[in-house]
Structures are given as structure tokens and as C-alpha cells.
Ligand binder design. Sequence first.
Ligand SMILES: NC(=O)c1ccc[n+]([C@@H]2O[C@H](COP(=O)([O-])OP(=O)(O)OC[C@H]3O[C@@H](n4cnc5c(N)ncnc54)[C@H](OP(=O)(O)O)[C@@H]3O)[C@@H](O)[C@H]2O)c1
Length: 345
Amino acid sequence: MNNNVVSEVVPSAVSCVVLGATGYVGSELLALLHKNTNFTVVKAFSSAEREPVAWRAVAPQLAGNSSLIIEPWHINQLSGINVQAAFLALPHEASALIAPVLLSLGIKVFDLSGAFRFQDADVFANAYGFEHPSPQLLANAQYMLMPWLKNTVEPSVYAIPGCYPTAAILGLKPLVDAGLVVGMPVITAISGVTGAGKGANARTSFCEVSMQAYGVLNHRHQPEISQQLGTEVVFTPVLGPYARGILAVCTVQLNTELLNNRETPNALHELYRHSYAQNELVMVVNQPPAVNHVAHTAFCHVHVAHNEHTAVVTVAIDNLIMGAAGQAMQAANQVFGVDLYAGLK
Ligand SMILES: NC(=O)c1ccc[n+]([C@@H]2O[C@H](COP(=O)([O-])OP(=O)(O)OC[C@H]3O[C@@H](n4cnc5c(N)ncnc54)[C@H](OP(=O)(O)O)[C@@H]3O)[C@@H](O)[C@H]2O)c1
């Protein structure tokens, strides 16, 4: 790793800032940008409440010997510097307030929170529990689920999908789009504790973490998954006793008539291989994946098994990389027209 890239200004590189750089996702994003010479981080920010802090004090395992200093956020920090892109790894409320200000400065905004993932302001308010302060931006925000991205029209904000939705949608979209699903898919997904962010709370403390479902039938990622798949789903998240990764187990009833029309014995495996043939990060594997197979990587492993009426799709991703920072990196590579996988492999 070239540890000088973050603080050096590479002349042709896209100049960018990272907000939320002291958090789990923001620090991972700094590390990916660090490896991607198409981008130069000109500044990185914590909340306004902190003193300036060295990145290597916050995340030594990612920062190496980088001399980058993370500074307390204030809009005046951007005065007089050229910024083309901003990555927001912030709480939803903070992203919703800060993104419009950055857009007004002509900066492209990649938001990793949930603030811009819904086009409808009422659906947003129901899922997130507060009225969006800039609802006019929602209809024109672009949901950046990279393996399935089609629309390249200039949007307001580039909205990076949630971690659970990334796993669930990558697992189910090939079957749903092929019309093979009957009824509601059932998704049970286990996440490591980094999924909850760095802030201390009793539920995620070392002594309390066990194995527990939460947000049953009302988690905010359920409408996000439904919106993207175009079908209602049953989604149950589970907090698991490990640090990194999501394992999503997706069970569907199959349209047996359509399934029988597919002649090969491995019809669904072939469907998935075909669906992801052009994508270098989604790998269709021959055995159910483990989170350890993808932890700390930008890869997604997908496995599909079926009998005559039921399919079980198992998906493993790293929640902080494929489920957040990695997908943001890929989105920015796409938007700025550089190698789609730069910084990611
Ligand atoms: N964790 C995951 O697996 C994951 C996956 C996908 C998406 N996401 C989303 O990504 C975002 C960041 O998640 P995270 O897990 O990295 O959270 P985190 O570890 O709690 O980090 C939050 C970051 O935001 C900063 N911050 C907090 N309030 C702020 C404000 N009002 N203004 C400016 N900065 C502020 C914090 O700074 P201080 O350190 O100074 O408090 C910190 O740098 C969230 O929206 C989350 O839902 C997370």
C-alpha cells in the first residue's frame, strides 16, 4: 500500500472529502481511496465535537503510516479548496442536512446513510422516523446498487444501498426478475457487530452480544429491499457475536411451471452465473458461503440450491466494504469514468 497517496495531490485525480472518517465505514472508505490513485482525499472529517485526530490513531490497521489528520467538520473547512466529490459516512439525519449544502457548492455527493435511498418522502419518514429536510431531492437521487445499475442520468445524490439490502437484493434479484418467485421471499440475515457503528451502546457491548433477532417485521431495510425487488418480503435481521460480515439466507417458493421450462439440472446456478457474469465482485459459488470467505474484501459470494418447489439463496458480504465503502468506491469509479474496480481488488 502506498501510504502517501491520501495526503499527496495527484494532478489528474478526483479531489474528494470524506465525512464521518472516524467511523467504521468512513475509515474503510479512506483506506479504499488510499489504494485508488484516481482519487485524492483533500480533507477528512469527524463530527464537530472532536479535536483533530490522526487517522492512524483512529484506525491503525487501515491507516498504516499515513499522516492524514481528521478534522472536526464545519462547512468553512471547504473554503478555498477544490472539491469534486464528497462521501458522507454519517448518521442519516446529518447526511440529510449536509448533502444539500454540498450540492449547492457543485460537489457530487455519495451518501452512505439511508437519507436518500427512498424516492417517496412518506416512505422515508415511516422507515426513518423523521421528516426529510430536503424531500425535493429524493425523486432524483440514484440508488447505486452497482451490479444492477442501469440508469446513468445525472442525479441529485448518489445513494449507496444499505448493507442488509445489498446482500438480500443480490441474492434475490435474479430469481425475482426471471419471474420464478411465488409469494413473499423470506430473508433472515445475520450481521456482525460493526453493522451497528462505533457508538457505544449496551446491546452491542462485549458482554451483552449474543445471537438475537431485532427489528422484527419493522426494520427500516425491509421497505428498501421491497422497493428494489418490486415485491414485499419478510426480512429478519439478527445480531451475531462477531465483528464483520453479513450472512443472508433467502428462501423462496418457486414457480414450478417456469422452473420446469428450464431444461438443465443446474438451471438456477446457471441463471445466477449468467446474471453476474459481467461483474467481477459477485461470485456464484458451489457451496454455501461463510462470512469469513469475504470479510475485509469487496467480494460477494452467492450460492443457490433448490428442489422442485423451494430455492434457498445464501449470500455473504462484508458489511463495511461490499455493504458500504466498497460499493461507494465502485459508484464513484463509475461516475468519474475510471476503472470500475480500482481500489477494490
Ligand atoms: N456499519 C455498517 O455496517 C454500515 C453499512 C452500510 C451503511 N452504513 C451507514 O453508514 C453510516 C455510517 O455508519 P458507521 O457504522 O460508520 O457509523 P459510526 O461508526 O457511528 O461513525 C459515524 C461517523 O459520523 C460522524 N458524525 C456523527 N454525527 C455527525 C454530525 N452531526 N456531523 C458530522 N459528522 C458526524 C462521527 O464522528 P465522531 O467520531 O466525531 O462522532 C463518525 O465519524 C450510517 O448512516 C450507517 O447507517 C453502515
